[in-house]
Design a protein around this ligand. Structure first.
Ligand code: ADP
Length: 228
């Protein structure tokens, strides 16, 4: 469902961020993307949801060839993908409910359906009781849970997470992992860039290691691997 063939990315400043990436990720997999800072992990992640375009090579996601995707179709494509960021990216003036509902309103779902589905996903992340609060009234871990609820509200086949535990303490990070695990158990593919050695070495999944823009390791039930 996610496939890269000879994917090469050069930024306008001349930096080659990824070089000759070849991977296949199947529906329902959980994949960690690890590697040192500047290795190309974020670029890899951003190319999957077409935030960045590959300079050369092919990327297929959910049967769509991203190198051929017109700019005007990008918003439609993104609806099939949930994205979770390190810094949550919630809208500060909207309540928890509204932040999650927003993703459904833009695709013009019926208000009744929106209410039902938003409460369902808030329940899944344990925040139904905080639906009326503003993001600033929540802890970092709670904000990340809202952002996960937002990422799955339109039932995407894949959730992409770029260092989702990067701003969180260890205990909260485990809570976030449990939610991502639950989402994965229900059939959603999860691709997660992370620096969290303890998590990668404890909840074992496929590990793709990137260094200098190249995949240097791709192991089922791999470990974090780097000495720190
Ligand atoms: P990682 O997520 O592993 O830290 P990145 O994908 O962010 O790595 O970066 C890979 C390389 O591409 C780095 O050398 C970085 O400086 C460069 N880079 C990332 N984003 C941009 C950009 N928008 N413009 C120019 N260079 C970039």
């Amino acid at each position: 469902m996610i496939e890269m063939q000879n994917v090469y990315k050069k930024y306008p400043n001349g930096i080659i961020a990824t070089n000759d990436l070849n991977i296949q990720i199947k529906q329902g997999e959980f994949v960690y993307v690890v590697g040192p800072s500047g290795a190309g992990k974020s670029t890899f992640i951003k190319m999957i949801y077409r935030e960045e375009k590959a300079t050369q090579g092919n990327i297929m996601v959910n049967g769509i060839n991203l190198s051929k995707l017109k700019n005007s179709r990008i918003p439609y494509f993104r609806r099939q993908i949930g994205v979770v960021f390190q810094d949550f990216k919630l809208l500060p003036t909207l309540t928890v409910f509204e932040n999650v509902a927003f993703a459904m309103e833009v695709i013009e779902e019926q208000p009744k359906q929106i209410k039902q589905r938003v409460m369902e996903v808030l329940n899944l992340v344990g925040l139904k009781h905080k639906a009326r609060m503003l993001p600033t009234e929540l802890s970092g871990g709670e904000q990340q849970r809202v952002s996960i609820a937002r990422s799955i509200v339109n039932t995407p086949k894949v959730v992409i997470a770029d260092e989702p535990t990067g701003n969180l303490d260890p205990e909260t990070s485990w809570e976030i992992m449990n939610i991502l695990e639950e989402i994965n158990t229900r059939g959603t593919t999860v691709v997660m860039a992370t620096h969290n050695r303890e998590i990668v070495n404890t909840i074992r999944h496929r590990v793709i290691a990137i260094e200098g823009g190249r995949i240097v390791r791709d192991e089922q039930r791999g470990d974090y691997g780097y000495e720190s």
